[in-house]
Design a protein around this ligand. Structure first.
Ligand code: 13P
Length: 250
């Protein structure tokens, strides 16, 4: 019922020329993919060039962050109005690396989510707990708080206008992955929480991605879970063959 959505978060990798080459490799590999929304999220410096490669490809372009104002004295930031003309359609917001390394909190992330929705960018709102929080038995409390904070006053007319990504921090860039059952448990919880915000009909149609060491060898079983509607892929998205395999396993 829900269309899978798979995004590649290239993080701080790929200089412009390398990013263009990766996009050029991916486009033909994806040309027969009809049933999955595929989003490539290169660094800001490569958005324009990658956007040009993707123009007629059917693949979507995403940013890894954005500011919530249209313009102003915000040194080092990028406004949504600067992203839209490049063909950007999605924005990863509240990634755990932004939260942990750059001090982003739910209040700031909420301003970004609201802005993205207002200008027609699809936020990929990331939530997830640390290992300590999981072992302390407070995963749902943490994820619930991140959702409540991030989604405050967010209104969407279309269930596909907002994506949530569950990324357990202990599984990002580490050797560990959440088991499909562990991931499904949290995804079901997230959907229940989305129901409180948007009602059952909308929440039932919203996409929830899983992220954290998604690779070709585990993507299929993760996405076979009833509430896992795609993946947010880090490391494995930097290799065209691996990313294409993940997309094909949806
Ligand atoms: P890895 O796939 O490298 O674990 O990264 C996950 C992630 O953070 C995607 O946003």
């Amino acid at each position: 019922m829900r269309r899978f959505v798979i995004a590649g978060n290239w993080k701080m990798h790929k200089k412009t020329e390398e990013a263009v080459n990766l996009a050029l490799e991916l486009v033909p590999l994806m040309s027969d993919v009809r049933s999955v929304d595929v989003v490539l999220c290169p660094p800001f410096t490569a958005l324009d060039a990658v956007g040009q490669v993707l123009r007629t490809s059917g693949l979507y372009l995403g940013s890894q962050n954005m500011h919530y104002e249209d313009e102003g004295a915000f040194t080092g930031e990028v406004a949504p109005a600067m992203l839209l003309p490049l063909g950007v359609t999605h924005a990863i917001l509240g990634h755990s690396e932004r939260r942990q390394l750059f001090g982003e909190d739910d209040t700031l992330i909420n301003l970004k989510v609201r802005k993205a929705v207002t200008v027609g960018l699809i936020p990929i709102l990331c939530v997830g707990e640390t290992l300590e929080e999981r072992e302390g038995g407070i995963t749902e409390e943490v994820v619930g708080r991140q959702l409540d904070g991030g989604l405050e006053e967010v209104k969407i007319a279309d269930p596909e206008a907002l994506i949530v990504a569950y990324e357990p921090i202990w599984a990002i860039g580490t050797g560990r992955t959440a088991s499909p059952e562990q991931a499904q448990e949290v995804h079901a919880y997230i959907r229940a929480r989305l129901t409180q915000f948007f009602g059952a009909e909308t929440a039932g149609k919203m996409r929830i991605q899983y992220g954290g060491r998604v690779k070709p060898d585990n993507a299929g079983e993760l996405m076979a879970q009833p509430d896992i509607d795609g993946a947010l892929v880090g490391g494995a998205s930097l290799d065209a063959g691996s990313f294409a395999e993940i997309v094909r396993s949806a």
